[in-house]
Ligand binder design. Structure first.
Ligand SMILES: [Zn+2]
Length: 111
C-alpha cells in the first residue's frame, strides 16, 4: 500500500473511530434498564424493550467495529504488508478494507 492510500485509510479509520466513540456512550444509555418504578404504560414498556434490544445489537456491532478499526489503524503503521492479501499478495481494494478493516484476504482468496 502506498503512502497516499495509507494516509487515506488512516483518516477514514480515525474519523469512524471518533464517531463510534461518540455513538457508544449514547447506545449504552439506551440499553440501561428502565427502573421498575418508572411510571410508563404497558405499551411503552414493550416499545422500550424492543428499542433496547435494537440498541443492544447496535452497541455490540459498534464495539466490534471500534476494535477492528483500532487494530487496523495499528497495523497500517506496523505491518508492511497491510492491504496485501496474505494468500496471493495482491492488493486488497480500499473499499473492502474500509468495509472489513480486519480482513487479510482479497475477495478471491476469502471465497
Ligand atoms: Zn488473495
Amino acid at each position: 500500500m502506498n503512502d497516499r492510500d495509507k494516509a487515506a485509510f488512516k483518516r477514514f479509520a480515525q474519523d469512524e473511530i471518533e464517531e463510534l466513540k461518540a455513538e457508544i456512550p449514547r447506545l449504552e444509555e439506551l440499553v440501561k434498564p428502565v427502573a421498575p418504578d418508572n411510571a410508563i404504560g404497558r405499551i411503552s414498556r414493550m416499545d422500550n424493550i424492543v428499542n433496547q434490544s435494537v440498541a443492544e445489537a447496535q452497541l455490540s456491532k459498534a464495539r466490534v467495529r471500534l476494535v477492528r478499526l483500532t487494530e487496523a489503524l495499528k497495523r497500517v503503521d506496523e505491518d508492511e504488508d497491510f492491504g496485501l492479501c496474505e494468500d496471493c499478495g495482491d492488493p486488497i481494494p480500499m473499499a473492502r478494507l474500509k468495509a472489513m478493516p480486519e480482513t487479510v484476504l482479497c475477495v478471491h482468496c476469502a471465497e
